[in-house]
Write a protein that binds this ligand. Structure first.
Ligand SMILES: [Zn+2]
Length: 333
């Protein structure tokens, strides 16, 4: 495959307001950079649709287009519309192409060359801040991924809400690759199609567009969590989110409701119905840290320390392709 074309626009295209994500290529045939001029010339960078089925970014562009009919942009914008091919197919990424949120530290694929072109444009523009808009698979409150705890980063994150996840992985995600240069966050805005997630994302963009300069303090007290483990289920294991079902692992029927709520030590997290050890926790370096978090009593898998889960999902496809979720701890406590 040749390098994807990177189209360039100086306006939001006509017809944008009515397209679905599946129709995105009727207005953006290729990944596209859009430059919009505002009063403050140092642009806010916005990236959307890096994952083709995470449509919050498209919703924000539509709202922005409506808003701009009656308002002048307070700050310039440079917008990257990412994986239009995956959007057309209704998937996160095309199976034979790289994940567009894993291409930002260089590499051999054509998409890496396109990413380098985008980064050159961002560098040339001298970015004020960068927001990458995403949706989650499971039920989660809105939160930002942050990659440092500088005051400007924290203030930017606070425009979405009080929750932030501090992480350095993966290094090749867009916001992580930018965080040394500019305040850069990934905004996780609930599940695709949720209106309150779209409201939160639009408000985040509006607040940042209207910000004259970073003050050096978050607008509200942020709760910052650090990922300490990734929970994976063995590929040959069966699991169920219900009681009385035959499976290797029984998980709570409302597991997703635990996201961003601290579970105290002693919580039963799962039951091993066949006695097999099929649920493993890995740290960032792929060390098995299961025993740091869990002990087994009878068939019960019990938390041995207070931990706050995130991104727990009940989607079998997501669990098989990725993981069950993450375990975090509060920073600074
Ligand atoms: Zn995403």
């Amino acid at each position: 495959m040749s390098t994807p074309e990177l189209d360039q626009l100086d306006h939001l295209p006509a017809g944008l307001e009515t397209v679905s994500a599946r129709q995105l290529r009727t207005v953006f045939p290729n990944p596209t950079l859009i430059r919009l001029e505002g009063r403050h010339k140092q642009p806010l960078a916005l990236s959307v649709m890096l994952h083709g089925d995470e449509i919050v970014g498209l919703a924000v562009l539509k709202r922005l287009q409506v808003w701009m009919k009656s308002h002048a942009l307070p700050r310039s914008l440079i917008i990257f519309v990412g994986n239009v091919f995956a959007a057309e197919a209704g998937v996160r990424k095309l199976s034979d192409r790289p994940d567009y949120n894993r291409i930002w530290r260089g590499g051999p694929q054509p998409e890496h060359a396109m990413a380098a072109e985008v980064l050159d444009a961002f560098d040339a523009a001298g970015i004020f801040a960068h927001i990458d808009l995403h949706n989650n698979t499971g039920a989660n409150p809105h939160y930002c991924c942050i990659h440092n705890e500088r005051p400007d980063t924290l203030q930017l994150a606070s425009f979405l809400g009080p929750l932030a996840m501090y992480t350095h992985n993966p290094p090749s995600m867009f916001s992580n690759s930018r965080a040394d240069q500019v305040p850069a966050i990934t905004a996780e805005c609930g599940q695709p199609g949720e209106i309150d997630g779209e409201d939160a994302a639009f408000n985040l963009v509006m607040a940042t567009l209207h910000l004259d300069h970073f003050r050096g303090a978050p607008d509200l007290e942020l709760q910052v969590f650090e990922v300490k483990g990734r929970i994976e289920i063995a590929s040959d294991a069966s699991f169920a989110f219900a009681h009385g079902v035959k499976a290797d692992l029984e998980l709570p029927p409302k597991l997703e409701h635990w996201n961003f709520f601290e579970r105290p030590a002693g919580t039963t997290f799962a039951r091993r119905l066949t006695g097999r050890q099929v649920m493993t926790v890995y740290d960032d370096d792929r060390n098995d840290v299961t025993e740091r978090f869990f002990k087994v009593e009878g068939d019960r898998v019990i938390l041995t320390r207070d931990a706050t889960p995130a991104m727990l999902t009940m989607s079998e496809a997501a669990i098989r392709a990725d993981c069950l979720g993450y375990l975090m701890e509060r920073r600074g406590v």
